[in-house]
Design a protein around this ligand. Structure first.
Ligand SMILES: [Zn+2]
Length: 265
């Protein structure tokens, strides 16, 4: 098998396993529970889930989305998160090959997915994702400097990663501070602020600006109708920041270039 194909297939398998673990984090971190122990049980009948009923995607299909014991439905979120994570890992391996950049892209995508799903379910962005993700981003920027592949297209030198995290945190803190002064209510949670530090550690300060712009635009388009209809819905802003950050990773350099040409013609 050629090495590139091998890497893509392996990354897909690793992505499925990590997606399976991500499902556990999504449920347990907001509830302040350990993701290591106890082992997973059916929330209804309490039966321990055997390893063969815990194989990513496959078990869910074979069990026809129900607990083997009590037939309680297993949400489709489980296989979907596993497939999405695998997709992220395959795409990263495909794009960057044998490079730290593959790991950076895959882990960034995984953390963003975890935040988006958790924020949608519970309106919470656990510190494990945001602060843990910031540490991961800084570490990987450091590691990339040691591989002798500084020529990577996206690679972010570690001082840039550090600056990005600081700018992300400071900028969102200011937005939250003045937002609450102006609106008289909390415009943004502390989770969003820490999340933006994480994003900055992966995409740098320019990426922070672009992410914030894309996230705010998307959030406004989707939630303005609710606001205008007088229905005050809680806005899980983390979802829009996650989508903005993913778009920024994929199209950021091109978008920033395009904007420069536009602005400084
Ligand atoms: Zn059960």
């Amino acid at each position: 098998m050629n090495p590139a194909t091998f890497l893509v297939l392996t990354s897909g398998a690793v992505g499925l396993l990590i997606g399976s673990f991500l499902n556990v984090c999504i449920v347990r971190w907001p509830a302040l529970q350990s993701v290591v122990s106890p082992r997973s049980r059916c929330p209804q009948c309490g039966k321990l889930i055997a390893w063969y009923d815990n194989v990513p995607v496959l078990s869910w299909l074979l069990l026809r989305a129900r607990c083997r014991e009590c037939r309680l439905p297993i949400p489709w979120r489980y296989p979907l998160v596993e497939l999405a994570t695998a997709g992220i890992w395959v795409a990263a391996a495909w794009a960057y090959g044998y490079d730290v950049e593959t790991l950076r892209a895959a882990l960034f995508g995984t953390v963003l997915l975890g935040i988006a799903v958790t924020d949608a379910r519970e309106y919470i962005i656990p510190d494990e994702f945001s602060i843990g993700g910031t540490a991961l981003g800084l570490l990987l920027a450091f590691a990339a400097g040691w591989t002798g592949h500084p020529a990577s297209m996206h690679a972010l030198p570690w001082p840039q990663a550090l600056l990005g995290a600081a700018v992300g945190y400071a900028l969102l803190w200011l937005v939250a501070f003045f937002g609450s002064k102006i609106l008289g209510q909390d415009a943004m949670g502390g989770g969003d602020i820490k999340m933006m530090a994480m994003i900055g550690a992966f995409v740098g300060w320019q990426g922070v600006l672009l992410t914030l712009f894309l996230g705010a635009a998307l959030g406004t388009v989707i939630f303005l109708p609710f606001k205008l209809a007088g229905r005050d819905k809680l806005v899980p802003f983390g979802i829009f920041l996650a989508i903005g950050a993913a778009a920024c990773w994929i199209a950021g350099p091109a978008l920033i270039d395009w904007y420069r040409h536009l602005a400084f013609r």
